[in-house]
Design a protein around this ligand. Structure first.
Ligand code: GTP
Ligand code: MG
Length: 668
């Protein structure tokens, strides 16, 4: 049986969870669609999700349509939970991008559309909420073409938009206008179709066009647009047909070696780990031992797959499917099972968190429990970083925003029984290398306390290029283990630059390398005082690199968000001076109807303040959206971050070795 792993993505509140319910209902899995407002949906199951009416975690439900098993992944739309979207992207065969017919294309819609496009994920668009007052599906379609992609085609139209009686009328296959629109779009990407059409228009039948549409949708070249309402059900049956006919369901190869990806890790009632994995190839059976992440291996103790709205226990799960696997004790989000899949997980698709806060337990005795709980949460959320400072007994988490902070607080209190508060939220800056710097320490030459020669040069690299490590010495001139130790330590060291912030985008070249080969005494005992080890390189590299970095110099940059502010036109004069006090810089202002649309830049650290002031400033009528855009050099005093305990420069071995340096080293 074919499977389609389908993500439902959208800006917050566009109606993803409601649409998921409606699709389950239309597919015949549930008698009555649940309601977000009543807290009765299949996918918003956390207490917090039900209380707040927002999705926090992604969830999987399945139904069958036209002989295809569709695993539907409902994702959260709030930008604070983008990590949840991030990790499902790698397992999708297709997506439905939902756009509200009232609010139109929103900030997160653009972020998601860009990412889906970059990853080449076949995507249908669904213009939802056509029944709501103010819905304007035609205007939204124009916005989609203007702001998301011109390669879209509506497969029908809405009548009585903005009323509860709104309906979706699918275009008739022979409708000449519709045919012209389809031909225009499809021939732009398909020369064979164009040639046939030019020779004989009649040869391009409606069936042929539909097949061409499916083929180009599968290649993510074009995006069919449906519209309707998750609440009244208008247009949802036609969307279901589109999902089955236009998106590429797969039939994986069960006989191939196992290859899968873990995209979600949950804890069961007894605290055991449950991994959600997409199996790309091969088959997993209960009691199979499977390999994942480096050398880890574990036995699968139970398997469940998704079917007809439920998770059902199975003895095995085959290629193409999504399964819940029990028994993989050390598993983490992003782990590959068996052979790594053809589609590499690669870099993160969205920008990393730009805020950070120190978490403080209300009861000091809860510190170990809080630490364990936060570690578990970070495991479930690969974009959350924990930074721990043993000296100060503090732990900090990185954050996307204030809502995520509230969720962490509620989760710690409700699920782990650990009430906490947060210190003030601070901005996470970065450092960029500004010049070229080099340094070298020679083996056996003071003040180098380690048995190794390391020379490094550091220089700036283009924005977004990451940290590149190059060998400026012959590959064979040092054992591989030592080279690896240097490279790994370079990357670790650059997590904290001269001011304590992560250093981005630079090229580091190993210019010198040397070691003393393994030496033994006559009686065969390894003599550490005469033989280089990987540890020497791990300890020496930070010293050399930091000296080189100091010579190169860095500049601290702060994260800047692009904001989109919609406010009543008469208030522009009141709002502009406030923006200035928050260091927000408007880039453009467009008058649309009775309101101004302001686009501009605002430092990430001021977004929350702006959000808080907005209701009072705009009589509650203003709306603000923002997303991370770029880093810019900090103006004014340079913020620095205290160095944390994983800092290689503070490592115990290093301090011990330096101490040893002052005592005599054995003569060679
Ligand atoms: N009138 C109308 N209301 C809708 C429709 N779809 C969703 N809603 C309402 O819009 C609100 C948000 O719906 P959700 O389904 O939770 O939206 P979501 O996209 O899942 O939201 P997040 O997961 O939090 O990003 C709820 O109050 C729904 O009842 C629709 O088609 N018509
Ligand atoms: Mg939702």
């Amino acid at each position: 049986m074919k499977t389609l792993n389908l993500g439902i993505l959208a800006h917050v509140d566009a109606g993803k969870t409601s649409l998921t319910e409606r699709l389950l209902h239309t597919a015949g899995v549930i008698d009555e669609p649940g309601s977000v407002d009543a807290g009765s949906t299949r996918t918003d199951t956390m207490a917090l999700e039900r209380q707040r009416g927002i999705t926090i975690r992604s969830a999987v439900v399945a139904f069958t349509v036209a002989g295809i098993t569709v695993n539907l992944i409902d994702t959260p739309g709030h930008p604070d939970f983008i990590a949840e979207v991030e990790r499902v992207l790698g397992v999708l065969d297709g997506a439905v991008l939902v756009v509200s017919a009232v609010e139109g294309v929103q900030a997160q819609t653009r972020v998601l559309a860009r990412t889906l496009h970059r990853l080449g994920i076949p995507t249908l668009l669904f213009v939802n909420k056509v029944d709501r007052y103010g819905a304007d599906p035609d205007a939204v379609l124009r916005q989609i073409a203007d702001r998301l992609t011109p390669d879209v085609v509506a497969l029908g139209r809405v009548v009585a938009a903005g009323t509860p009686a709104a309906r979706w009328l699918p275009a008739a296959p022979q409708d000449p206008d519709h045919t012209t629109r389809l031909v225009d779009l499809l021939t732009a990407h398909d020369d064979a179709l164009l040639t046939t059409y030019v020779r004989d228009e009649c040869a391009v039948t409606a069936t042929r066009l539909r097949a061409a549409l499916a083929a180009q949708t599968a290649r993510a070249r074009v995006h069919p647009v449906h519209a309707g309402s998750a609440i009244t059900g208008a247009g949802v049956d036609d969307l279901l047909t589109g999902i089955a006919e236009l998106l590429p369901a797969t039939e994986g190869d069960d006989t191939a070696p196992l290859s899968g990806t873990v995209f979600k890790v949950e804890r069961g009632p007894a605290g055991e780990k449950i991994a959600y994995a997409r199996i790309f190839a091969g088959i997993v059976r209960v009691r199979d031992r499977i390999r994942y992440r480096g050398g880890h291996e574990a036995k699968v103790t139970a398997i469940a797959v998704f079917a007809d709205g439920d998770a059902v226990a199975r003895d095995a799960v085959g290629a193409g499917r999504i399964a819940r696997l029990h028994g993989l004790t050390d598993v983490r989000v992003g782990d590959h099972l068996g052979t790594p899949p053809a589609r590499p997980a690669g870099r993160h698709h969205f920008s990393p968190p730009t805020l950070e806060t120190v978490v403080v337990p209300d009861r000091p005795a809860d510190r170990p429990a809080m630490h364990a709980a936060l570690t578990q949460l970070a495991e479930q959320d690969p974009l959350i970083n924990l930074r721990q400072d043993d000296l100060r007994q503090e732990i900090a988490v990185s954050l996307y925003g204030e809502v995520q902070k509230e969720v962490i607080q509620a989760t710690l209190a409700d699920e782990y029984g650990v009430p906490v508060t947060f210190r003030e939220t601070t901005t996470v800056c970065v450092e960029r290398v500004i010049g070229v710097g080099a340094a070298v320490e020679w083996i056996g030459k003071d003040p180098n306390p380690f048995l190794g020669t390391v020379g490094l040069r550091i220089e700036p690299a283009p924005v977004g290029s990451g940290i590149e490590f190059r060998l400026g010495i012959e590959l064979g001139s040092m054992p591989m283990a030592f080279l690896k130790a240097v490279e790994e330590t370079v990357r670790e060291t650059l997590r904290q630059g001269l001011h304590g912030w992560a250093v981005l985008d630079c090229l580091v070249t190993l210019t010198h390398g040397g070691y003393w080969a393994r030496q033994s005494h006559a009686h065969g005992v390894f003599d550490k005082s005469m033989s280089s080890t990987a540890g020497d390189f791990r300890n020496l590299t930070p010293l050399v690199l930091m000296t080189a970095l100091r010579r190169a110099g860095t500049r601290v940059h702060e994260p800047v968000h692009r904001f989109h502010l919609d406010l009543p036109a008469d208030l522009l004069g009141t709002v502009l001076p406030v923006l200035a006090t928050l260091d927000a810089v408007p880039r453009s202002a467009t008058l649309r109807g009775g309101s101004y649309l302001l686009d501009g830049d605002v430092p990430a650290g001021q977004v929350h303040a702006l959000e808080q002031r907005l209701p009072a400033l705009t009589r509650g009528e203003g709306t603000l959206e923002s997303e991370f855009d770029h880093h810019r050099p900090v103006r004014g005093p340079v913020p620095s971050r205290p160095r944390w305990d994983h800092d290689p420069l503070h490592r115990k071995e290093y301090l011990l070795a330096v101490a040893r340096r002052v005592t005599a080293r054995p003569e060679r």
